[in-house]
Ligand binder design. Structure first.
Ligand SMILES: [Zn+2]
Length: 356
């Protein structure tokens, strides 16, 4: 387990926030979990995924529609990941643990691993956000230098240019390389990975095989290997870019911080909740369409403060969080649009590439 600790002995910010949020759910007679709107959205996204796949296989589309359908498939997988898998893996989708468990397997279906995700994301990323050597989300070194604590190489000068191109390989390198690296080294940055039991192993390997079977081998039997491989690469390219932008824009922008623990004590002299606010940014909070598509991940501050509350509640919680931030004189970073957050992410990459 990582040695980094936060100074949580006094946590007035989190206590004030928790009291407000508890009060909100009680007054509104709401549960903190997903609601009917989320269940409908799940139905829409899963049906759209299956229909797109069947249209591709059964209607033999011409080349351009063929490519567009693979683009759509990549976008739909990203949306299923943001809206369904992410909430389910956090246990915030349903009160029924089995439902959360089963829906988190949508990640295995996409070729990832729900077992690794729950450690990599729920534990490592959500606890040690933006801490170099701890947070797996910024562990793309040496290809990328996201944090000033990471070693600088000359090619980082160009990372704002090659970044978006490399992002298109994110999901492929994740499912074909990173998961296996974690599996065999039993480590995610400084955090250990426990041994998998029989079923966890079966789901890990079964998911990998199923993904290649569904998205590469079956299409190869219909279209031939080369067109199927092109489709597979296009789908993963779109999926990788979409996942990267949404997650990077939440933490790797000009206004987010990259705190380093004290080298001796390995302590961060801040309460955990304030660390989350300092390392996280929101974007396009006014866009209902974007919020619907990215599963509330544009309200990343609220998500990091309350990862076990479903994303459907984040727009309402953001008012309480902003009010508490104002009272504690803590900056609440929010970019008005997706475009502004994207530009800020690219500027952050350029900055990290230009200073050693
Ligand atoms: Zn999360």
């Amino acid at each position: 387990m990582s040695q980094v600790k936060f100074n949580n002995r006094h946590k007035p910010f989190k206590e004030a926030l928790d009291a407000r949020v508890k009060n909100y759910f009680e007054q509104q007679h709401l549960k903190e979990l997903g609601n009917t709107r989320l269940f409908i959205k799940t139905g829409i996204l899963l049906t759209a995924g299956v229909v797109t796949y069947l249209v591709l296989l059964l209607l033999h589309p011409a080349f351009v529609p063929f490519l567009l359908l693979w683009v759509l498939m990549g976008l739909l997988l990203a949306c299923i990941g943001f809206n369904v898998m992410h909430d389910a893996a956090h246990g915030s989708y349903s009160r029924n643990r089995k439902v959360n468990e089963i829906l988190s397997y949508t990640l295995d279906m996409m070729g990832g691993s729900s077992f690794m995700w729950k450690i990599k994301h729920n534990v490592v990323h959500h606890t040690y956000t933006n801490i170099a050597g701890e947070d797996d989300d910024i562990a793309k070194h040496p290809v990328f230098r996201f944090s000033p604590q990471q070693k600088w190489y000359w090619f980082h000068r160009y990372q704002h240019i090659y970044g978006p191109v490399m992002y298109s390989f994110t999901s492929l390198s994740w499912i074909l390389f990173s998961d296996f690296q974690k599996y065999f080294t039993r480590k995610i940055e400084a955090t250990g990975v426990r041994k998998m039991n029989f079923w966890e192993n079966a789901i890990f390997w079964g998911g990998k095989l199923l993904n290649v079977g569904v998205f590469l081998i079956v299409p190869s039997l219909v279209f031939g290997f080369v067109p199927a491989l092109v489709g597979f690469m296009v789908m993963h390219g779109v999926l990788g870019v979409t996942l990267s932008f949404v997650f990077q824009m939440a933490h790797c922008v000009e206004d987010t911080r990259f705190p380093a623990p004290d080298p001796g004590s390995r302590r961060i002299e801040n309460e955990w909740a304030l660390h989350q606010v300092a390392t996280t940014a929101n974007f396009a909070m006014g866009s209902r369409t974007l919020s619907w598509l990215v599963g509330g991940l544009n309200f990343q501050i609220e998500h990091h403060l309350f990862p076990r509350i479903s994303h459907v509640h984040y727009p309402q919680l953001s008012r309480l969080v902003q009010q508490t931030c104002r009272e504690f004189n803590v900056p609440y970073q929010a970019y008005p649009t997706f475009g502004k957050a994207l530009v800020s992410h690219l500027r952050h990459l350029r900055h990290m590439g230009s200073v050693r």
